[in-house]
Design a binder for this molecule. Structure first.
Ligand code: C2O
Ligand code: CU
Ligand code: CU
Length: 493
């Protein structure tokens, strides 16, 4: 098993070295040609591609006594991925995924999730800084027909977060069925910056996932034990619930809020012409300055806000590709057709925000976490510090306002990542080297990628919400790993 993994992952690594992460095996790689003319006959079978990008609705809240109420219904649905099939899905006020919630720092919100499924679930605010009882983790089950309300005051910097189910042992399957949506947080600083920020026009969310469909066009969430160990990935890439959709943009700057919403794919996003773009935000904050890149890597749960300059692309199309680096599959994530109108924003500010300095000498202690594989092929068990997730065990007790170093070591021959609830962190070093921390991971983060055999240290301070009974989670965000035990619980006291 281990030897085989090693071979698989070294093959992936050499592929990346050869292609510089931008490799693409599909034909839609030339951005300088106009969009192809429609085929002579409309296909009537197969996956639907090339539709106008579906942009999740911006959900309008109802204010009640100064509290913004967002009403969301989790339901069974069918969604059109295929011409000839209706795919059974779960959705939130929609047939697949859910609406975008726009929250502003300092405001009080009540996010009301009604569970119309035939089974229990939960709904977690990934990246949200809030009290543990409002976190929507495995302890906040929403029974069939019940409504659960996440009520809190928005208390963090501008960023792109998301919500998704988190029921013990069911997270992977519930997300796979379509349950996820974005939360955009704005603050005074982000509103004052001259960034592209007209939702649906020059500020576009892209939730990218991969799926396996069976012969009847249904999601096939049937991981074998080996696929639980290695993560469940599919050959079909979908963006906002569509295969290779098309977005019509104005010539100028376009902001893309990228979420790797997959169960276990490590995605590298780049443009087909390998053009440069700027990353402006990590999981939980803007970056201090835009960082110029040609490819950005996101492991499951991570976000990046990127800005691409389309000023010279009027009448042409530009293709955003996604390469999944474990299985080495790539696809078109989005085709951007550019029209002749000028976009609202044509240049980026050079300075975006100010972040806390990363000063490890402020830490009063170090907590260590090792990610390990146990069990066997008949019963895969993944652990952190030799313990599989147990709802009745508090693994860590963290003092409020104490700055700590958390050191995470991936002992396995496969990649993992590490996500914490409650607050953000800042990466200190990788394998002891600050130089190995890329400029585009120097913003606030809640999820960090950890390649096979590597160690990451980050600085973290739990603030505001002490509750000896309120459990937060930390875990690998490869969802099969999380469900197979690679998760633990902490309280803040
Ligand atoms: Cu996105 Cu604990 O999860
Ligand atoms: Cu989370
Ligand atoms: Cu993992």
């Amino acid at each position: 098993m281990r030897r085989r993994d090693f071979l698989t992952y070294s093959a992936a690594t050499s592929f990346l070295l050869l292609t510089g992460c931008g490799g693409s095996s599909n034909d839609n790689t030339n951005n300088t040609t106009p969009p192809p003319s429609p085929p002579p006959t409309t296909p009537s079978t197969g996956l639907i591609t090339g539709e106008a990008l579906a942009i999740p609705t911006l959900l309008d809240p109802t204010p009640v006594n100064g509290v913004k109420q967002f009403d969301l219904a989790i339901e069974e649905a069918t969604h059109k991925f295929y011409y000839e099939f209706d795919t059974n899905t779960f959705g939130i006020n929609a047939t697949y995924l859910g609406p975008t919630l726009l929250l502003r720092q300092g405001e009080q919100v009540s996010i009301n999730f009604t569970n119309n499924l035939a089974e229990t679930t939960t709904m977690h605010g990934h990246g949200m800084h809030l009290p543990a009882v409002m976190d929507g983790g495995p302890h906040q089950l929403i029974g069939v027909g019940e409504t659960w309300q996440a009520q809190y005051t928005v208390n963090q910097k501008a960023c792109t977060n998301w919500y998704h189910p988190h029921e013990m042992g069911k997270t992977a399957e519930h997300v796979y069925q379509g349950l996820a949506g974005l939360i955009i947080i704005e603050d005074e600083e982000s509103q004052a910056l001259d960034l592209p920020k007209t939702y649906g026009v020059d500020d576009i969310p892209l939730v990218v996932q991969d799926r396996v469909f069976d012969n009847a066009g249904q999601f096939s969430y049937t991981p074998t034990n080996q696929q639980i160990m290695q993560g469940y990935r599919g050959e079909n890439f979908i963006t906002n619930g569509q295969v290779a959709p098309v977005f019509n943009a104005k010539a100028g700057l376009l902001r893309l809020r990228l979420l790797n919403g997959s169960n276990a794919g490590v995605y590298h996003f780049s443009f087909a012409d390998n053009r440069q773009f700027q990353q402006i935000a990590t999981d939980n904050s803007l970056l201090e300055q835009p960082v110029t890149l040609t490819s950005v890597r996101l492991s499951p749960g991570e976000r990046a806000e990127i800005v691409v300059d389309l000023a010279n692309d009027a009448s042409n199309s530009v293709v955003l590709n996604v390469l999944e680096s474990i299985d080495q599959r790539s696809a078109t994530a989005l085709t951007i057709t550019v029209n002749n109108e000028t976009a609202p924003v044509t240049s980026l500010p050079t300075s975006l925000t100010t972040l806390a300095a990363v000063d490890p000498s402020q830490a009063s202690n170090t907590r260590t976490f090792t990610l390990e594989g146990m069990g066997n092929m008949g019963n895969p068990v993944l652990t952190i510090n030799n313990q599989a997730m147990d709802m009745t065990v508090i693994n860590e007790t963290v003092p409020l306002d104490q700055t700590e170093i958390w050191e995470i070591t991936n002992t396995m021959n496969m990649p993992h990542n590490f996500h914490i609830h409650a607050t953000h962190f800042q990466v200190i070093d990788r394998n002891g080297s600050t130089a190995q921390v890329a400029d585009n991971e120097k913003g606030y983060k809640d999820t960090v990628f950890i390649p096979a055999g590597e160690t990451v240290r980050f600085l973290v301070t739990m603030t505001d919400y002490a509750d000896a009974n309120g459990k937060y989670m930390y875990h690998c965000h490869f969802l099969e790993h999380e469900d197979a035990g690679m998760m633990g619980q902490f309280v803040v006291v």
